[in-house]
Design a protein. Structure first.
Length: 70
C-alpha cells in the first residue's frame, strides 16, 4: 500500500512540475510574442479576482505562494 501511495505521489509531483514549466514557458512566450496564448492575461485576471475577493482571495493567494515555494 505504501508503494502505491508513493507511486501516485510521484506521478502527481511530476505532473505539477510539468504544469509549472508550461506556465513559465507561456509567460516567456507571452512576453516575447505579445501573449498569443493568453497566459499573461489569465494571470492578470486571476490577480484581479484575488483583489476583489477579499479574505478568500488572500487565502487563495497564500496557497498559490506555498505551492510555488515547494
Amino acid at each position: 500500500m505504501k508503494k502505491a501511495i508513493a507511486n501516485i505521489t510521484d506521478w502527481i509531483n511530476e505532473f505539477t512540475g510539468l504544469l509549472q514549466t508550461l506556465v513559465v514557458f507561456g509567460v516567456v512566450v507571452g512576453i516575447l510574442f505579445d501573449d498569443p496564448f493568453g497566459v499573461i492575461a489569465g494571470i492578470g485576471k486571476l490577480m484581479s479576482q484575488v483583489g476583489d475577493s477579499g479574505l478568500a482571495g488572500l487565502v487563495a493567494l497564500l496557497l498559490v505562494v506555498l505551492w510555488y515555494k515547494k
